[in-house]
Design a protein around this ligand. Structure first.
Ligand code: ADE
Length: 237
């Protein structure tokens, strides 16, 4: 079973419209939509923004619905140089960039897990097969130069300052910033479940980000969801 998480309504609208045989379950304050999209049995939920909401939903999907693959879709801010609004970023790994134990001797982004080095950020890795499916699906919509595979940095903050953007590039070689993916891949990793993230850039995580999100949120959210639907089709073939 595949679990799909989008943070905002704009990020799940297209997926719900594609879902057949929808059945709703309410757990806490979240609604889980079970059904079939492009031939695959899925459970879809709108987590709300941020890492705690995303982690809650990821764990519920695993525990209550027996999900063994988690997919996160939505919008993100572009961080790497040379990216454009509308580009796709697929995560090969994630980092929680706002996790900060630096006052006690760790580098930023290091989760301080027992037995792990203090001088390296903690990365959680996505599933290579799922990344390949997403890449193939994205290629049906856009040219290779607009599809990027790299680190996605997640934090409980909207990134719109160039100092923060630069830090994400320098410390983690991050391609995109968003607020949930890192939590989802973290929960997946801790539970032995595979995961992947696809994001379409709504902005470039800079001073124009607010206006850019206002203009491109739905377009970017739909592009990410379209690619996810195509991925599910490829998995069904
Ligand atoms: N989601 C979309 N754009 C973002 C940004 N710039 N920072 C964090 N999350 C985002």
């Amino acid at each position: 079973m595949i679990g799909i998480i989008g943070a905002m309504q704009s990020e799940i609208t297209l997926l719900r419209a594609q879902m057949q045989n929808e059945k709703q379950t309410v757990l806490g304050n979240k609604v889980y939509y079970e059904g079939v999209i492009a031939g695959q049995a899925v459970v879809l939920t709108q987590s709300g923004m941020g890492k705690v909401n995303a982690a809650m939903c990821a764990q519920q999907l695993i525990d209550r619905f027996g999900v063994d693959k988690l997919i996160n879709t939505g919008i993100a801010g572009g961080v790497a140089l040379g990216l454009h609004v509308g580009d796709i970023v697929i995560a090969d790994k994630t980092v929680e960039h706002d996790f900060d134990l630096s006052p006690v001797g760790y580098v930023k982004g290091c989760l301080g897990k027992d037995g792990e080095p203090k001088d390296e950020p903690t990365y959680y890795y996505t599933d290579k097969v799922l990344v390949e499916y997403l890449q193939k699906a994205a290629q049906q919509y856009m040219s290779a130069e607009n599809i990027h595979i790299g680190c996605i940095a997640s934090g409980d903050q909207f990134v719109s300052r160039k100092e923060v953007k630069q830090e994400l590039r320098n410390c983690y070689n991050a391609y995109a910033a968003e607020m949930e993916g890192g939590a989802i891949v973290h929960v997946a990793g801790e539970n032995g479940v595979s995961a992947v993230i696809v994001r379409c850039l709504s902005d470039l995580a800079d001073e124009n980000a607010h206006e850019s999100v206002d203009n491109f949120e739905q377009l970017a959210a739909d592009r990410s969801a379209d690619i996810l639907v195509s991925m599910l089709k490829l998995m069904s073939d």
